[in-house]
Write a protein that binds this ligand. Structure first.
Ligand SMILES: Cc1cc2nc3c(=O)[nH]c(=O)nc-3n(C[C@H](O)[C@H](O)[C@H](O)COP(=O)(O)OP(=O)(O)OC[C@H]3O[C@@H](n4cnc5c(N)ncnc54)[C@H](O)[C@@H]3O)c2cc1C
Length: 327
């Protein structure tokens, strides 16, 4: 275990905002978690976080060690601090399939369960068998089945208990045969005859639309795609016939039909793509992404996000909720 005092978080987050943490504890696989007082924040690669101030507490982070075990195939357990994309590459190199659609999503294995990361027609929840976490309140290890994790769109049980659980290991159930998941339409026309080929196609597609963290800081998609009722969807569709069609979503526990809209389209059509406010900007190739256009502060990112939320609400009557976590 490594301990740091008064440490800059700039290298530990993808937005590149210069704030400090009073204390940081970095755990390695096998370390025991000591009792902790005061505020605690668990940090992965900081790829979905925006810090607006110094953190007056303990940041716990897991070293990005490659640590894996195969309890029995096709189950694979990965250390929570492992970089998610290293895991994806490892699985394909060892003929275990399914995670290829999640290629190149920044962040760690532990956060993949917190966030239920998703892209190109797949979500982490489709593969997570169980999660081993350390409960900081009760100071004991605990196990969560897939159902216990209460996964939903970019959401999980853990997201509602910040500072309580450290996800130490995630076990995934993978496929032993490669069946390409081409449910995301654009993938059909890209090379996909092997899993490695599909992975490369997805990586190329991703970086044609997103800022590379090493070049421009961001948190990926800043807002969630809003889910609206049928009346709102039909009203918007008649006012804006060029708005992308949405499929009706029917939830199991209610008969309500809802529609998931494209937040990127709403922001783009409100005129925000490519605009900057202070040091924060809207990525010119993807209006869903707010980025660090040059030495931005967390407050500048939040001010830009609020301006976009107000404008979209005024123009379309739709509320945008941040996907990024603002600290
Ligand atoms: C360029 C770019 C593209 C992106 N594309 C996508 C995408 O396509 N799909 C998608 O879903 N996301 C995407 N994201 C968002 C981000 O990659 C995910 O949210 C990712 O899971 C965050 O991982 P992280 O390790 O950086 O977590 P952090 O940002 O450090 O933390 C996220 C949350 O998880 C918690 N957490 C992290 N690790 C642990 C742990 N071990 N135990 C308990 N809690 C923990 C944190 O407390 C926080 O609440 C993108 C981000 C960027 C910068």
């Amino acid at each position: 275990m490594k301990l740091f005092e008064n440490i800059s978080l700039k290298p530990y987050t993808t937005f590149g905002i210069d704030v400090k943490a009073r204390r940081m504890m970095m755990l390695e696989p096998g370390d025991e978690v000591p009792p902790l007082d005061g505020n605690v924040l668990v940090l992965g690669e900081g790829s979905n976080m925006v810090f607006t101030r110094d953190y007056d507490g303990t940041v716990i982070t897991l070293a990005h060690s490659l640590s894996l075990s195969t309890p029995h195939s096709p189950l694979l357990t990965a250390w929570g601090g492992m970089v998610m994309d290293d895991l994806v590459q490892w699985t394909l190199d060892h003929d275990l399939f399914g995670l290829e659609n999640l290629s190149a999503i920044p962040g760690t294995v532990g956060a993949s369960a917190v966030q239920n990361v998703g892209a190109y027609g797949a979500e982490a929840k489709d593969f997570i068998e169980n999660v081993e976490a350390y409960d900081l309140f009760e100071q004991r290890l605990c196990n969560f089945s897939n159902a216990d994790c209460q996964f939903a769109y970019r959401d999980s049980f853990f997201k509602h208990h910040p500072g309580r659980y450290i996800i130490l290991n995630v076990t995934y159930r993978l496929n032993q045969a490669f069946v390409p998941n081409l449910s995301y339409k654009a993938l059909e026309n890209l090379p996909h005859s092997t899993a490695h080929q599909l992975r490369q196609s997805i990586i190329d597609l991703r970086w044609s639309k997103l800022p590379r963290p090493e070049e421009h800081g961001s948190a990926g998609s800043f807002f969630k795609n809003p889910v609206v009722d049928e009346e709102t969807y039909l009203r918007l569709k008649s006012e804006h016939p060029d708005m992308p069609d949405a499929h009706p979503l029917i939830t199991h526990h209610s008969s309500l039909i809802t529609y998931k809209l494209s937040a990127g389209w709403l922001i783009d059509h409100a005129g925000w793509k490519g605009r900057t406010m202070g040091g924060a900007g809207v990525w010119p190739k993807n209006a869903l992404v707010l980025y660090n256009a040059g030495g931005c502060t967390g407050d500048e990112v939040v001010a830009l996000a609020r301006a976009i939320q107000q404008d979209v609400e005024q123009k379309f009557g739709v509320c945008l909720e941040p996907e990024a976590i603002i600290i």
